[in-house]
Design a protein around this ligand. Sequence first.
Ligand SMILES: [Zn+2]
Length: 171
Amino acid sequence: MNTIRADRSGLHDDLDAVEGLAGWLGFPVDDGDLAAFRALRQALRDLAAVLTDDTRAIAAGRDLDRAVAAVNDAVRRAVVWPQIGVVDGELRGHAVTDASPADRVLAATATEAVELFTGAGRLLLRACLAPGCVLYFVQDHPRREWCSPACGNRVRAARHYRRVTSRRVGD
Ligand SMILES: [Zn+2]
């Protein structure tokens, strides 16, 4: 979900081209893989937006039904089944799939998303409301308010600036 991020120069998308996805995954991919990963990412961001009541502009236009369908479709892209084999006279179990490497990662990501968005972790999901930030994060301790120390510092600096400037106006 955080392959879209923002800084002072604007929005950055790590998955805006096949090369970006290949770099993220660490192996070659094609246009179909890119489309599938982008669709899954949008679905995950839409679900996070719904769960966090996200009011940021980037979360407008979310579509819950489309998101649910996209996650379920991604999970099914890599069906895995157990097989039994004999190794050195011993019976050994192993998992088999006929999915491509990209589809395996896509399905594994979607499977983790099902756990995150339907398990206890969904209660800890937060939208980062620092100015300009587009990320989501899991609130891993009660006082955590921002996705990163950088966002926290930006918010504190903005508050300080407002305090100083309003004091000057009042003088
Ligand atoms: Zn942030």
